[in-house]
Design a protein around this ligand. Structure first.
Ligand SMILES: Nc1nc2c(c(=O)[nH]1)N[C@H]1C(S)=C(S)[C@@H](COP(=O)(O)O)O[C@H]1N2
Ligand SMILES: [Mo]
Length: 200
């Protein structure tokens, strides 16, 4: 496992290395996927926004990208204890995607859906933050398929499992509902600075 995770910074884990408690710093970017890469057809790629919105919106890749590309530098903390501190992501901010719809006043949470059997839930408050984006590039290169191409969510202030790969939609909800890992014992919030890892 250490080999896969890469060089561990001396003095890690812990805040002295710049990472949240219980985390080790690595320079590598390990791939963490439950199961295999989902079976999806790039020609049929479409992104759907539904749930508590005025009307369902479905956009193709070009339309999605044309919302506008922003750059965000952020940390990435996996609950399996590796942290990669320097990441430059380019993509479309979550809050900019939300301009495509009118959000119902009772919408407080979102489920982000993916190709395959994966999803994550978070409050809209967290997702509307300036550093949350749907990324197409990482450190200047297009994201590879194993890292979630063509589009992945990045939520820097939450553990990595919330940064869903191969995303294809947002469902707005009035009540919080667990996503893939959240319904298997992972924390509903997943703030690494509070070590919100699992619910025992
Ligand atoms: N669709 C999907 N997204 C996913 C996962 C997954 O299994 N499927 N794994 C998550 C976990 S646990 C982590 S830590 C990050 C890892 O991202 P990476 O594989 O690009 O390093 O992706 C997250 N997004
Ligand atoms: Mo993870």
């Amino acid at each position: 496992l250490l080999n896969k995770i890469g060089k561990i910074t001396p003095g890690a884990p812990g805040p002295e290395a710049g990472a949240p408690p219980g985390q080790f710093v690595t320079e590598k970017f390990p791939v963490l996927t439950e199961g295999s890469i989902p079976d999806f057809n790039i020609k049929d790629w479409a992104f759907t926004i539904n749930g508590l919105v005025d009307k369902q919106v479905v956009v193709d890749y070009e339309t999605f990208i044309s919302i506008g590309i922003k750059t965000v530098q952020s940390e990435f903390h996996c609950v399996t204890q590796w942290s990669k501190l320097q990441n430059i992501w380019e993509g479309v901010l979550f809050k900019d995607v939300m301009k495509l719809v009118s959000i119902a006043s009772n919408a407080k949470y979102a489920m982000v859906h993916c190709f395959g059997d994966y999803s994550i839930n978070l409050s809209l408050d967290v997702l509307m933050d300036d550093d949350v984006l749907f990324a197409v590039k990482h450190d200047g290169e297009y994201i590879t398929l194993e890292h979630g191409a063509p589009l992945r969510l990045v939520v820097p202030k939450r553990y990595g499992w919330k940064s869903a790969k191969w995303v294809n939609g947002i469902e707005l909800m009035d009540e919080n509902r667990p996503g893939f890992w959240e319904s298997r014992g992972y924390h509903m919030e997943g703030d690494p600075w509070k070590e919100e890892r699992f619910v025992i």
